[in-house]
Design a protein around this ligand. Structure first.
Ligand code: NAD
Length: 508
């Protein structure tokens, strides 16, 4: 069954990992295998980019940009609309490939592809709404306005856990803005990227526009490092760990380029006394254990009001214990595998540290004895100030703490180094408003009566502090992909200067 899916998506036993306006037949950076984390078995092999292959992809991107930027934005939008249609036709297969390559349960695999479709729809509308402002000029008969132009080729580095949605957030928006792209996907998800590139290629071939979306796979971070240092890429949009972002951010800044960073999170939920506990239980289970704890928005820190703690924790433990862990393509499974052996070891080490620091493992904390990288979702009761709570371990570990006052818990909530997603469960309007106020949550995303994960594409997505400050997807996130130009036109016969400055020609 799985072979058929791969075949329908154009995946062969050995695949080129470089697309530079056309597939580079024999990229010379070496070869590696992509594995199914649920079985530990290889899916297919990928030929990776050498520096010369990378340069070819950048040149294709530059050539693509020269023509693409001259197309009126609504025409670019029409092509992105067609891309959305092409992705719709492959939704089931591509969703299954996400499941096979990164271990998400099927509905999440398909949900990720739906996110690609949604952002194509959004970008199509956006292509007619790249608005600039008209500004009141202080000089008579002068017109001042700002306009937005395409920025140039954009480097897009993606993480394994959203192997296609994050590319689409960048690609659809950047493309209607007039930019070309070079995608460096995660080494854990190369086949999903190659399959996506095949879909894109069909659409772009219909318009004889081969060099707009390019692909460059390496088995490690090398292509990402080249992008960060490459002056030909005015913008590098990078999604991944804070460690990666620190490196990319510094390298891009050193050449005074632009970076758009979407990095790690250590997301918290406050469960207040008036919360609807049924709703909160379901939301917390999905946010903390869904996607095997491998979302940037995964709930990792739960602060429960002390009046609710004992009963609620008991219910949560029961819900955890009845959640099914298993093959992500099977019905009824809530949680698939972790991405690789290192992730399993990092989770077990974090739990060892948690125990040493006074944490009590209430459920989970084990590895399943079977092929693949399966663990059980875990709840740790954590005493206040436990250091490991401040670390983003990319696994299903939920640290549970109690609190007494809202002021105190907001301070504690905001003490994390990252600032991505946050939520409060409460039916008390004043508490909800306090959480959303300027002295409330310090995160890029703040929710009331909704978990921390599962954002819609219409909003700008991203976070503060060590999450990197970038914003992608909806709202006005498109502005990151364009250059702003302030223009003034003198429609009169005089030359008045701003601020009343006089500068007359001397009498000759
Ligand atoms: P990672 O940092 O290991 O890798 C992400 C990507 O960056 C990969 O393509 C990798 O090859 C590349 N890379 C790594 N080091 C690099 C460097 N020094 N220079 C250039 N490129 C480099 O992350 P991961 O394990 O794939 O993903 C998990 C992490 O990503 C978590 O921290 C998660 O919170 C974060 N994430 C954040 C968001 C967000 O939108 N904020 C979304 C998804 C994932």
């Amino acid at each position: 069954m799985f072979r058929d899916v791969l075949q329908r998506l154009g995946i062969q036993e050995v695949n080129s990992g470089v697309y530079a306006g056309n597939w580079v037949k024999q990229p010379s950076g070496g070869e590696f295998e992509s594995f199914n984390p649920a079985t530990g078995k290889p899916l297919a092999r990928v030929l990776t980019a050498s520096r010369a292959d990378y340069d070819q992809a950048v040149e294709s991107c530059q050539r693509g940009f020269e023509t693409w930027r001259t197309l009126p934005p609504p025409q670019r939008g029409e092509i992105i609309r067609q891309l959305g249609l092409a992705i719709r036709q492959k939704k089931k297969d591509l969703g299954m490939l996400v499941t096979l390559e990164v271990g998400k349960v099927l509905s999440e695999g398909e949900g990720e592809v739906q996110e690609m479709i949604d952002i194509c729809d959004f970008a199509t509308g956006l292509s007619r709404q790249l608005y600039g402002r008209t500004i009141a000029s202080e000089r008579p008969l002068h017109r001042m306005f700002e306009q937005w132009h395409p920025l140039g080729p954009v480097g897009v580095v993606t993480a394994f856990n959203f192997p296609v949605a994050v590319w689409a957030w960048n690609a659809a928006i950047a493309a209607v803005c007039g930019d070309s792209l070079l995608w460096k996907p995660s080494p854990q998800a190369p086949l999903t990227a190659i399959a996506t590139q095949h879909i894109v290629n069909q659409v772009m071939a219909d318009h004889s526009m081969p060099g707009i979306f390019n692909l460059c796979i390496s088995h490690d971070a090398s292509v990402g490092r080249w992008l960060a240092q490459d002056r030909r890429m005015p913008l590098v949009s990078a999604t991944g760990s804070c460690e990666m972002g620190r490196d990319v951010g510094q390298k891009v800044a050193a050449r005074l380029g632009r970076s758009l960073l979407e990095l790690g999170g250590n997301n918290g939920v406050i469960l207040a006394p008036t919360a609807n506990l049924d709703l909160a239980l379901r939301a917390i289970l999905f946010a903390a254990a869904g996607t095997a704890g491998q979302r940037c928005t995964t709930l990792r820190r739960l602060f429960i009001h002390e009046s609710l703690a004992d009963t609620f924790i008991q219910q949560l433990v029961q819900a955890y214990q009845s959640s099914q862990v298993g093959d992500p393509w099977e019905d009824g499974v809530l949680m698939g595998p972790l991405i690789h052996e290192t992730a399993v070891q990092e989770m077990l080490q974090a739990l060892e540290l948690a125990r040493e620091q006074g944490g009590e493992v209430l459920c989970g904390g084990t590895r399943l004895e079977r092929a693949g990288y399966f663990v059980t979702p875990t709840i740790v009761r954590a005493p206040g100030g436990m250091p490991i709570v401040q670390t983003e371990t990319f696994a299903p570990i939920l640290y549970v703490m109690t609190y007494q006052s809202l002021d105190q818990v907001i301070r504690e909530h905001n003490s994390a180094d990252q600032g991505l997603s946050s939520a409060i469960f409460t039916n008390d309007l004043l508490e909800a408003e306090r959480f959303l106020s300027a002295t409330g949550s310090d995160c890029g995303i703040a929710n009331v009566n909704i978990g921390t994960s599962g954002a819609e594409i219409g909003g700008a997505f991203g976070g503060e502090k060590e999450t990197g400050g970038g914003r992608e997807a909806g709202s006005d996130a498109w502005k990151a992909y364009m250059r702003r130009q302030t223009c003034t036109v003198n429609g009169g016969g005089e030359l008045p200067l701003a601020q009343g400055v006089e500068f007359s020609l001397p009498q000759i």
